[in-house]
Design a binder for this molecule. Structure first.
Ligand code: KMT
Ligand code: NI
Length: 172
């Protein structure tokens, strides 16, 4: 895992967009984003037990796995959104970027690779993209039924109770 402030320069979302300014794991924790390196699936099982997760699935995001819808999928993952549930992702293979909003509403880019696990709290605005290698395999964990409906950023979602509760816990 490597985190840094996004450079906001034009160019494909899959480029690194590294401003050269690093972001620490402590900063991520202060906005409710938890990082764990899990060299073994048992580490993931343990965390799932602790947090009462009962289900999971595995997805591969790549042109080979998705065919002609790949480019559209990658664009749709990159729309800024939030969820009413926690989002946990464990990278099994390949790599990709999760961008999350920092306290001043600036993008933090979190580069994840094999064995990296990330917990995004409910209500945090974020987006996802593959990198220039166009390949990631990840396990998605969920508590019961998947409630992954992405709620795209806008005035209505800004006043969603889960958004307000997030800002109450982690807002500046
Ligand atoms: C997400 O939350 O955007 C995704 O599930 C993308 C695929 S998981 C790497
Ligand atoms: Ni999401």
């Amino acid at each position: 895992m490597r985190a840094y402030w996004y450079d906001n320069k034009p160019g494909d979302q899959r480029e690194t967009h590294d401003s050269g300014r690093p972001v620490t794991e402590e900063y991520l924790a202060s906005i409710g984003v938890l990082y764990r390196r899990c060299p073994s699936i048992e580490n993931v099982d343990e965390l799932a037990r602790e947090r009462d997760y009962k289900n999971r699935d595995q997805v591969t995001v790549s042109p080979e796995a998705m065919g002609e819808v790949y480019e559209d999928k990658v664009k749709s993952f990159f729309h800024e959104h939030l969820h009413e549930d926690e989002e946990i992702r464990y990278i099994v293979d390949g790599q990709g970027y999760f961008d999350v909003r920092g306290k001043e509403d600036e993008w933090v880019r979190i580069a994840l690779q094999k064995d990296d696990l990330i917990v995004l709290p409910p209500g945090i605005y974020h987006r996802f993209t593959t990198d220039e290698k166009n390949y990631i395999k990840a396990i998605r964990l969920f508590k019961d039924e998947p409630k992954w409906t992405p709620l795209n950023r806008g005035p209505e979602v800004d006043t969603n109770p889960h958004r307000k509760s997030y800002l109450g816990s982690y807002g500046s």
